[in-house]
Structure formats: structure tokens, C-alpha cells
Design a protein around this ligand. Structure first.
Ligand code: ATP
Ligand code: MG
Length: 499
């Protein structure tokens, strides 16, 4: 056994996040840590990483009792934490990031660049990553940055790597790459703790599981002895209602007309209509223009040609506030970078949309804001202590719910959701899909950008599949399944065109 955490208790002021949780991990094992939003997964791992001190409990590593953990001590033990939020410095090169805080010094006391570059090269090769260690980190794709974090763990000979939702910014292909790497590490005796809300991932890469619920230990076992349904029941604490997707009634009235819009080198000649009551999913592989398309519809990038009409009125896209007031709102992807304001309270993060809303009033009415927040809190099951705490005191998934709630408050005709259920647990996802369906029923038009087939399947009436910046195929509900979507997303039908 490599790690044993016993009866761990953690209070944040009056909030008890962990109520006596235990976790054991063997050498060379990938251990999945499961639980709903706010169950205590990140808190438990932050204790192991030495970021938070536990209020009570014991930790054993390699048979030795470990006390007064701090980040340095954990690193020396060979425990490495890969956060969901990237911790790289964009202005530094890859090798400088790899050795940040642990630089190699030569015998004269100077930085030993040559040795650091050499070592970096070795580790990147071991990971089959074709990256020059001298590249500036800002030039790398997000997914590559994630892999650099793992390289860092390898470089220092990690014995245990903690990965807290490492795949939220990765595409399916990159996830596969990551899994191959994890399996390779496992063969070398490295242990890993893997946190994710995506069941297929957990089942494909993990050996054992531990389930937490509301800060308590529920069960530990082997994945081979359970199925997804059972795992979901364990973490929700009940079986989910039968997942019937209601037949949607799409109205005839067209809300949004997108006509031949292009953005140089990103996407080309994209056209589609969105009707009242309709939910469209737009999917495709990373780098195929999906991200830029989503942002352009919102006005973040200036489209170079083409036009967008909302209720027959041409949009001028002068600024985001204008876009919102014309009737389009958006939940952007990558919450930490684009959506949350870290130092502000939960309530203020939620209420900030009132400043751009059409119905804005110059009198700031706190009572109304609190009421609105309470409504969304109930609707989405947001778990929190006090809404005047900073947003960062919420678990990842609960932060995301606040951001979605904020967008819904704008009450626009068209709602764009870019990777909206990132970090949200299975039960809450279900609630959010219900909200999306209800909005559509009330005549809103919704565009959801997503890579997750189960999500597309659950909410979309139509699916547009992108390939190399173009819409390769439009699939109707009865036509789409995981295979057809992959087929068109990989351009399998386009071989001749690109020969
Ligand atoms: N710094 C903090 N201050 C106050 N409360 C906190 C803090 N960090 C976490 N909590 C609370 O502890 C509980 C557990 O949060 P934690 O982040 O561990 O959940 P999680 O299982 O990682 O959830 P998710 O899947 O949403 O990431 C939550 O109720 C959260 O609000
Ligand atoms: Mg978390």
C-alpha cells in the first residue's frame, strides 16, 4: 500500500467539508475518486497536497505516518498534484516551467540551462510529445499545457500523481493520448488518483474507486465489479429518474439566421438557422473552428464576412453589451479564465449581469438580487455556505452553476452554451438538461457547443458537425448517434476533397 488517509476531517469555519473520510491507494494503481459537486474530493486532495491542513485524521505514505504536510514536503515525498486549473507561466519556456522553483544550478551557482533543457527533452520524448523545451508556453494549445503539467510530475519521479478533472479542456483524441500515458506510468509502478465526472473515462482508465457523498466515505471497490448505473446510484444516493427525453415542439419562427460567416483561418462559410424552441448542438474536433464560431456569434471576434440576423434584424456586433441587448447571451467555456471574478463574492459574481441587462436599473436593489439568486440556487441545487463568501470557496461544479444561472438571468431570446456542464456531476447535469429543455419549450433558441455525445443526445434537436472550419454535416435527431457524429467530425466522408 502506498497511501492511506484515515478519518480525515476538515472544517472551513462552520462548514464541515469532510466528516471522517478514508482513502487507500496501492502501488501502481489508478484510483478513481467519485462524488457529486461539493462532496469533498478537491478538499481531500488539497489536504494531501499540503495546501490545507486537516482538522483531524491520519495520513500514511509508504507505511510512514506523515504530519504537518506542506507543499514542499508533499513534493519531496513524490506526490504531485495536477490541478484542473493550469499553473503554468505563459511567459516562460517549457523547460523553465518544468523546473520552476526547482531549478538546476551548476557548480558556480549559475542556472544550468543546458542540463535543464536536456532533461526536459528526455521527459517529453518519454511522453511521445513533439515539443521543443525552449518553446514559450503561451504558444501551446491548452491541451498541450495540460500534458506539460504531467511532464513536470514525471521529471521529478512522482510516486503518486493526483489529477483533478484533467480532461475538461481536452478533446477526445487528447484524452486517449493521456490515457495511454497513464497506463504506461502505471506499468512503471506509479500510482494515480483520478477525479472526474465522466463515467466512461473512469471506467476505461481506473482500477479502483472510492465514492464520497456530502463529506462522508460511502464505498470503495473495483470498477470491474460495477457498472455506470451502479456508480451513479452510489454517488447520488438514489437511482435517477428514468431518463426520458421529452419530445420537443420546435416552432416555425426563425430566431437566428447565420449566413455565410467566416473568420480567417478559423472557420469558413458557416450558415444555419435556429428556430424558436429549438436546441442545436454544434460539435467537432478541437481546432476545427468550433471555439471561434461560438465566440464570434457572441461578438468576441469580428467576423470577416457574412451576416447574422436575429429576428430579421442584422446584428452589428459593436460590443458584447450590444450583443446581449440584442438578445444573445452566452456561457463561455473555461470558467476560470473567462467567467469568474475571483475576488468577488458568490452573489456579486451572479448579479453582475444586471449591469449589462436591458432592464438595468440605476438603483442597485440588493433584495431583488438575493431573491433571484435564491431562485437559481434552488432551481440548480447550488450548494454553498454563505453567498457573501468569495466564489472560489465553492466547489468547481457549483461555481459553474452560478455562471449558468447568471446567464439565464439575462433572459435573452438566444442562449449560447459553450461546454456548459464542465465539472458538473451526473445528477446536476440531468437538472441542467431539464432546464435547457424547459427554456426551449418556452420559445428560446439554444445553441450548445459540446464534445460529449451523451449530452448532445439528451438535449439537441439537430446537430451540426464541423470539420476543418466548415459545417460538414447536419444531422437530425433520428440520424445522430456517436458513430455518425465521429464519422463526420473526423472528415471520413471528405477523403477525396482533401487528398
Ligand atoms: N476555501 C474554502 N472555504 C470555504 N468552503 C470551502 C472551501 N473549499 C471548499 N469548501 C467547501 O467544501 C465543500 C467541498 O468542496 P470540494 O471543492 O472539496 O468539492 P468537490 O467534491 O471537489 O466538488 P466538485 O466536483 O464540484 O469540484 C463544499 O461545500 C465547498 O463549498
Ligand atoms: Mg473539485
Amino acid at each position: 500500500m502506498l497511501l492511506e488517509m484515515k478519518n480525515i476531517v476538515k472544517y472551513f469555519g462552520p462548514v464541515q467539508a469532510l466528516k471522517g473520510v478514508s482513502l487507500s491507494v496501492n502501488k501502481g494503481e489508478i484510483h478513481g475518486l467519485l462524488g457529486e459537486n461539493g462532496a469533498g474530493k478537491s478538499t481531500l486532495m488539497n489536504i494531501l497536497a499540503g495546501t490545507f491542513l486537516p482538522t483531524g485524521g491520519d495520513i500514511f505514505f509508504n507505511g510512514n505516518k506523515i504530519e504537518n504536510l506542506n507543499t514542499k514536503k508533499t513534493q519531496n515525498l513524490g506526490i504531485r498534484f495536477i490541478h484542473q486549473e493550469l499553473n503554468l507561466v505563459n511567459d516562460l519556456s517549457v523547460y523553465e516551467n518544468l523546473f520552476l522553483g526547482e531549478e538546476l544550478i551548476d557548480k558556480f551557482g549559475f542556472l544550468n540551462k543546458k542540463e535543464m533543457i536536456k532533461k526536459s527533452k528526455e521527459v517529453l520524448e518519454r511522453m511521445s510529445l513533439d515539443i521543443d523545451p525552449r518553446t514559450e508556453v503561451r504558444k501551446l494549445e491548452t491541451s498541450r499545457k495540460q500534458l506539460i503539467e504531467i511532464a513536470k510530475a514525471l521529471l521529478f519521479d512522482a510516486k503518486l500523481i493526483i489529477m483533478d478533472e484533467p480532461t475538461t479542456a481536452l478533446t477526445n483524441k487528447e484524452i486517449e493520448h493521456l490515457f495511454i500515458l497513464m497506463k504506461k506510468l502505471k506499468e512503471h509502478g506509479v500510482s494515480m488518483i483520478y477525479i472526474s465526472h465522466k463515467m466512461p473515462e473512469l471506467f476505461s482508465v481506473c482500477d479502483k474507486y472510492t465514492v464520497l457523498r456530502d463529506g462522508t466515505f460511502i464505498e470503495c471497490g473495483e470498477f470491474k465489479n460495477i457498472n455506470e448505473k451502479k456508480a451513479t446510484e452510489l454517488l447520488v444516493g438514489k437511482s435517477l429518474e428514468n431518463e426520458v427525453t421529452e419530445e420537443q415542439s420546435v416552432f416555425d419562427e426563425v430566431l437566428l439566421e447565420v449566413k455565410n460567416i467566416s473568420l480567417l483561418n478559423k472557420f469558413k462559410d458557416v450558415s444555419f438557422d435556429l428556430r424558436k424552441g429549438e436546441v442545436i448542438a454544434i460539435t467537432g474536433l478541437h481546432g476545427d473552428g468550433r471555439d471561434y464560431l461560438a465566440e464570434s456569434l457572441y461578438g468576441v471576434h469580428k467576423i470577416e464576412s457574412g451576416e447574422v440576423f436575429l429576428k430579421n434584424k442584422k446584428l452589428d456586433y459593436k460590443n458584447i453589451e450590444g450583443t446581449i441587448n440584442s438578445g444573445i447571451s452566452m456561457v463561455q467555456r473555461n470558467r476560470k479564465e473567462r467567467s469568474i471574478i475571483k475576488d468577488m463574492s458568490i452573489l456579486d459574481n451572479f448579479s453582475i449581469s444586471r449591469f449589462v441587462s436591458k432592464n438595468k436599473s440605476f438603483l442597485i436593489n440588493d433584495k431583488v438580487q438575493v431573491e433571484r439568486f435564491d431562485f437559481r440556487k434552488k432551481e440548480m441545487g447550488i450548494k454553498l455556505g454563505n453567498s457573501s463568501n468569495t466564489i472560489t470557496s465553492l466547489s468547481g461544479g457549483n461555481q459553474q452553476k452560478v455562471i449558468i444561472g447568471r446567464c439565464l438571468e439575462l433572459d435573452t431570446d438566444v442562449i449560447i452554451l459553450d461546454n456548459p456542464t464542465q465539472g458538473i456531476d451526473v445528477g446536476a447535469k440531468f437538472e441542467i438538461y431539464k432546464i435547457i429543455n424547459a427554456l426551449a419549450k418556452n420559445g428560446k433558441g439554444i445553441i450548445i457547443f459540446s464534445s460529449e455525445y451523451p449530452e448532445i443526445n439528451k438535449v439537441a434537436d439537430r446537430c451540426l458537425v464541423m470539420y476543418r472550419g466548415e459545417i460538414n454535416k447536419e444531422l437530425l435527431r433520428e440520424e445522430f448517434n456517436e458513430l455518425t457524429i465521429m464519422h463526420f467530425a473526423t472528415g471520413a466522408n471528405m477523403e477525396e476533397k482533401y487528398e
